[in-house]
Design a protein around this ligand. Structure first.
Ligand code: C2E
Ligand code: CA
Ligand code: CA
Length: 772
């Protein structure tokens, strides 16, 4: 209901206080009322007693006056002689003297005569009747109604000596009388005489409103029936405590009462000030409670709100601390929050540091360098260099990871000396990155390379360190790659060019991005038949004719045209797609051998088998099945390095191929790390000398020697020898002279599609030409 804790607390506290206050006020009011009522009841009872006394006093006064009259001789004479006028005058005389309101005589026959000569009518008859019936009493006394108003009356018999009649003296019970009575009470009572009328109790002297008459009448009836003491009576002018006192009547019937009333308002009047004070104190207390609980709630919620705000700041990654003002729970919560925020901040700083540094060397990492470059580039533009430690993998293999890390640190330290002010970090395991300024980047890098190169003591080992540096210029923004990537590529470019320093050359780099999806395209090309197989003839030097063909794969790319194997074979080997490609070439070669045979050209065909496939038993199984269906002999060309990498498995497969009648050629002999030991173990029938030795055979005496000894060696091991890359007649002649068995190269023919091979064979061009 209430959104804010402060409002909630305030309402709760103030509400509780209000309830308590109301309860107290109610209790006080009840106590006061009960007390006042009790007091008033007592007063009313006392008032009733006073009235009784007053009544008795008045009665005896009237009785004295009436007695005086009945003893008056003249009056008695007049009554006896029925001299009404004299009797009346005597009566009137006495009445006036004694100050009585009404005096009348009643004869034995019930005739009444008022002293002032007024006719009494029905009232007179009623009085006469009452006087005559009330014989038990010597002096009948009580309330009588005359002219509609109540009177206190007393009747005294006239004896002369026999009863001649009665004298009745009556004093009006009017407002004045009542006031006298009221005046005698210690509290301001209201007294009133009521008579029983036809419809209930009515006030003769002091008329009431219709509603009040009914209420009073019912009240009086109930009180008389229950003989009750003072009771609550509600009237139109408010509640009152009232006491009903039955009055004796002249005729003895219970037909008149005295009603003593005391309004509650007056009862409570003395307490009004107290009540007002109480209400005032209550309201002031309430206001204080509201203000107090508001302040208290504020003292609780303010630090909580501050905590909430701080937590939000913390969430947004800002520094957040709250001011702790108290030592209570909220204060302690604030302290804990501050500690927590500090710990989070500290952790964040640590994480940022970790994210920005190389764990092994503690140097800034690539991310840190890139940030550094961003700020440096903003200012003026800067150069970026990548320093790659040469032979790093090899060195690491010898000294281990830990010392290799130390080596990187040492190199960075040397660099920092020669390039003060440069930002230095680690880009990758063997490469440091650098952001620096120089007029000529390449010259500066050359100077750095010279400064860093040289022997370095790492642990127990002394290492000859040399670096290759690639430089990129961040001032020429390149959308394709970051300056660090460009610098790293420049390192590779430097190495290919056998240079120590190179600036990034975008043209030489080309667009390798196009090759990224080459493999999926190649797989589609195999499906679509875009993979073709060309054949290059191998010339049998001794027989002077084409002796065999080597199958060489080509990719006819719809957009890029004919793509040579050098572009996609290494990629296919790396990604494992070489299997599918080789299956395709082998199947095509066997099919084409069938075509050739149909054209009466029964030729062996060599297929290149990637080193990776030599350890693939599954491939070997499939290849052996397929080759079994070939019409002629199939050769597999394998490089010797493939065997050296995984000798056991590779030799086992080669063994299986040889057993199945497949000819095995050792390809590219001399290009890698040739090992004579393996040469003996491989069950090969042919050795192909790498074209690197043949291309400049005529020019290099060293190569001539190497080729000659290789031919002799192969022959001594029972192998035929093919020379690749025969481009010139000189080379051909030399090879022929050395006893080489086959020549393969552009001199004889380039790799050709099958139909061109057929034409070439058909025209017998090889035989037509004279080589050497
Ligand atoms: P390789 O097995 O050494 O094939 C001979 C390469 O030398 C061929 O290049 C051929 O065109 C080239 N060549 C032939 N005669 C001469 C010459 O007189 N002078 C010069 N400079 N080059 C000559 P190609 O066709 O581009 O093939 C390159 C390499 O791709 C091959 O070298 C071979 O290792 C690989 N290769 C080709 N086809 C396949 C294949 O189907 N499977 C596998 N695994 N590798 C293949
Ligand atoms: Ca080959
Ligand atoms: Ca070769």
């Amino acid at each position: 209901m209430f959104k804010r804790l402060q409002t909630k607390l305030t309402v709760l506290y103030a509400g509780l206080f209000g309830v308590a206050l109301t309860l107290i006020a109610a209790a006080v009011l009840l106590a006061i009322t009960a007390n006042a009522e009790r007091q008033v009841r007592g007063e009313l009872v006392a008032g009733g007693a006073v009235f009784d006394r007053l009544w008795a006093m008045r009665s005896s006064d009237l009785e004295n006056d009436a007695g005086l009259m009945t003893r008056d001789f003249g009056f008695r004479e007049a009554m006896a002689s029925h001299d009404g006028a004299t009797a009346q005058s005597a009566l009137e005389n006495l009445r006036q003297r004694s100050g009585v309101d009404v005096a009348l005589s009643v004869t034995l026959d019930g005739q009444t005569a008022a002293s002032d000569g007024h006719s009494l009518g029905a009232d007179g008859a009623a009085i006469a009747q009452a006087v005559q019936t009330d014989t038990a009493d010597v002096d009948p006394a009580g309330v009588a109604v005359i002219g509609g108003a109540p009177y206190q009356a007393i009747a005294t018999p006239i004896l002369s000596p026999t009863l001649m009649g009665w004298v009745v003296f009556a004093q009006k019970l009017d407002r004045r009388e009542m006031s006298a009575l009221e005046g005698l009470s210690s509290i301001p009572l209201h007294a009133q005489v009521l008579e029983r009328g036809a419809d209930g109790w009515i006030s003769a002297g002091e008329p009431l409103s219709g509603a009040d008459t009914r209420r009073v009448s019912r009240f009086v009836s109930d009180a008389l029936a229950n003989h009750a003491g003072p009771q609550q009576l509600s009237m139109s002018d408010g509640a009152a405590i009232a006491l009903v006192k039955p009055l004796k009547t002249l005729d003895g019937a219970p037909s008149a009462v005295l009603l003593l009333r005391y309004p509650m308002a007056m009862v409570m009047a003395p307490y009004r000030l107290l009540m007002e004070l109480l209400v005032g104190i209550g309201l002031a207390g309430m206001a204080l409670a509201v203000a107090g609980s508001w302040a208290l709630a504020r003292s609780v919620t303010r630090p909580v709100s501050a905590l909430v705000a701080a937590a939000q700041r913390l969430q947004q990654g800002e520094a957040a601390q709250v001011v702790v003002e108290t030592g209570d729970e909220v204060g302690r919560l604030g302290e804990s929050f501050n500690l927590m925020a500090e710990a989070i901040g500290e952790r964040e700083r640590r994480i940022t540091h970790l994210a920005m540094s190389d764990a092994e060397t503690g140097l800034p990492n690539r991310l840190a360098l890139e940030r550094r470059l961003a700020t440096a580039a903003d200012a003026q533009g800067a150069l970026v260099a990548a320093l790659s430690i040469d032979r790093f993998a090899m060195v690491r293999g010898v000294i281990g990871y830990e010392l290799a890390g130390a080596l990187v640190r040492h190199v960075a330290a040397r660099l920092a000396v020669v390039a003060p002010g440069a930002a230095i970090g680690r880009l990758s395991s063997d490469t440091l990155g650098m952001v620096f300024r120089a007029a000529d980047g390449a010259a500066a890098a050359e100077m750095m390379a010279r400064a860093v190169d040289g022997p370095m003591q790492v642990g127990d080992a002394t290492i000859d360190v040399s670096v290759t540096i690639g430089v990129a210029d961040s001032r020429q923004p390149d959308p394709d790659r970051s300056p660090f990537v460009a610098a790293a590529i420049a390192v590779a470019q430097a190495r290919t060019g056998h240079r120590r320093v190179a600036a990034f050359d975008p043209e030489a780099y080309g667009d390798p991005a196009a090759n990224l999806s080459l493999m999926s395209q190649m797989m589609q090309a195999i499906e679509a038949g875009h993979i073709e197989v060309f054949y290059q003839p191998k010339f049998d030097i001794r027989r002077g004719c084409v002796g065999a063909l080597e199958a060489l794969v080509r990719w006819r790319h719809p957009q890029r045209g004919l793509i040579g194997p050098d572009l996609f074979i290494p990629l296919a080997e790396e990604t494992g797609h070489i299997r599918a490609l080789t299956d395709r070439v082998l199947a095509q070669a066997i099919a084409d051998q069938q075509h050739l045979r149909a054209a009466k050209h029964d030729l062996d065909i060599s297929v290149n088998i990637s080193g990776r496939l030599l350890s693939d038993t599954d491939f070997a199984d499939a290849a052996l099945r397929v080759v079994g269906s070939a019409p002629g002999r199939i050769w597999f060309e394998i490089t010797e390095t493939a065997v050296i990498d995984n000798p056991e498995e590779a030799l086992r497969q080669v063994e299986r191929f040889a057993d199945a009648g497949i000819g095995v050629s050792i390809d590219d002999y001399g290009s890698g790390l040739s090992s004579l030991a393996y040469l003996r173990e491989i069950r090969a029938e042919e050795l192909k000398i790498d074209k690197a030795f043949i291309l400049d055979l005529a020019a290099s005496r060293k190569n001539t020697l190497l080729v000659r000894s290789t031919i002799d060696l192969a022959h001594s091991l029972g192998m035929k020898v093919t020379a690749e890359g025969v481009e010139t007649n000189e080379a051909f002649a030399l090879l022929a002279g050395m006893g080489c068995d086959y020549a393969q190269g552009f001199l004889i023919e380039r790799p050709l599609p099958l139909k061109d091979v057929l034409t070439f064979l058909h025209e017998d061009r090889a035989a037509a030409r004279r080589y050497g």
